[in-house]
Ligand binder design. Structure first.
Ligand code: PLP
Ligand code: COI
Length: 369
């Protein structure tokens, strides 16, 4: 097979020490987020000149790496996150995995890494979900969180793109992202740190973005908050995102419900949940806008009663309302610190779709099993 052809075969090597049904049931009680992993993983190797090799599904296990592997020094590492949901007919379907594959390749291009053909991305997901289907939780709000990643593995200390990479797919049964469940969160507006600057990597899902966010997250927690709200790097006035999520604001204007989310400027991650909610909001009869919104506007719209809700969204967090905002410019409360009707409605609409409880009119659900 030439390097230009795509080999989507995944060799299946079942684990010799898979969890027993009792062990699995125990682990899956109250799974939280990203704490437990299924029995298997998929690994695909890339070598420059040869392209992507044959994928292998084998027991979930540590990977060996040369200490000079360039990911450990210069951080060529990207990842994705999407979910597989139990369906009413007993099958399993993923929410928009092709969109994750496309974003994965945009991240790869920004980090000078090779693109992974969508067919391999999807074949890996099908193989792992099929093999580990007993690990897909059934309750609404629970799912199998799929975590694809790519790292640079060539042992080389020269600062240049690696010639060797590993694509790995692992899976983690998950429930609520925040320990408190779906209660509204308190956020800290960060003006000491920025997440992303024009020309940087904000639109990419690369590991370094998250490494750089941790000190700000720790500061937010020190201020008694759950999450950071990021502002733009230049003016430090425009709201961009919230932690590892996009953010929405709900206005009531002349009897009309308007949902607003910051426009994509290249420094925000183009969330797949964000894109889906813009469409679902319009179908609910709301007006949906992508535009700039400043901290001053957030505060004054709340004070004047024009804004009634704010919520964050993402694959891991689904929809999480914002109850309280803290910043050096003052503190304010949204919807009495409680979940508002628009966030609740959109959350229900999205979850019903993902769990197959409503009709998938967009063709967003990809049947796996
Ligand atoms: N913003 C950031 C920084 C993220 O890490 C995520 C999570 O993936 C999102 C937004 C939401 O994106 P999505 O809805 O595709 O999960
Ligand atoms: C996701 O929502 O999939 C994320 O990646 C957010 C966070 C866990 C990094």
């Amino acid at each position: 097979m030439s390097a230009t052809q795509t080999d989507t075969t995944i060799e299946i090597r079942p684990s010799a020490h898979a969890a027993s049904p009792e062990e699995r049931a125990k682990l899956m009680t109250n799974p939280g987020f990203g704490r437990i992993f299924t029995d298997h993983m998929v690994v695909v190797q890339y070598k420059e000149g040869q392209g992507w090799g044959k994928g292998v599904l084998s027991a979930y296990a540590p990977i060996a790496m040369d200490p000079a592997a360039s990911v450990l020094h210069y951080g060529q590492a990207i990842f994705e996150g999407f979910k597989a949901y139990k369906q009413p007919d007993g099958g399993i379907a993923c929410f928009r995995p092709e969109a994750n594959s496309r974003r994965f390749n945009k991240s790869a291009a920004r980090l000078a890494m090779p693109e992974l053909p969508e067919a391999i991305f999807l074949a890996a997901a099908k193989a792992l979900i099929t093999q580990d289907q007993a690990w897909v939780p059934g309750a609404v709000g629970e799912s199998l969180y799929m975590r694809p990643l790519m790292i640079a593995t060539e042992p080389a200390l020269g600062v240049r793109p690696s010639h060797e990479y590993l694509f790995i797919l692992l899976a983690s049964p998950s429930g609520a992202y925040f320990p408190a469940g779906v209660k509204p969160v308190t956020v800290w507006i960060s003006d000491d740190y920025v997440r992303a600057a024009p020309g940087g990597t904000g639109f990419a899902k690369c590991a370094g973005n998250y490494a750089a966010s941790l000190v700000a997250q720790r500061q937010a927690q020190g201020e008694g908050c759950d999450q950071v709200v990021w502002l733009d790097a230049i003016h430090r006035t425009n709201i961009e995102e919230m932690g590892g999520m996009n953010i929405f604001f709900v206005y009531q204007e002349k009897g009309e419900t308007v949902v607003v989310t910051p426009e994509l400027t290249g420094t925000l991650l183009p969330g797949i949940t964000r894109d889906s909610l813009l469409q679902l909001a319009r179908e609910q009869g709301f007006r949906a806008e992508e535009r700039k919104i400043t901290v001053d506007e957030w505060r004054s719209a709340i004070q004047e009663g024009r804004m009634t809700e704010a919520f964050a969204c993402g694959t891991a967090a689904v929809i999480t309302p914002v109850g309280h905002v803290k910043s050096r410019q003052g503190n304010w409360t949204i919807h009495n610190g409680e979940t508002g009707p628009v966030a609740a409605k959109l959350r229900e609409t999205l979850l019903n779709l993902q769990h197959g409880l409503s009709k998938d009119t967009h063709g967003w659900m990809k049947k796996i099993v």
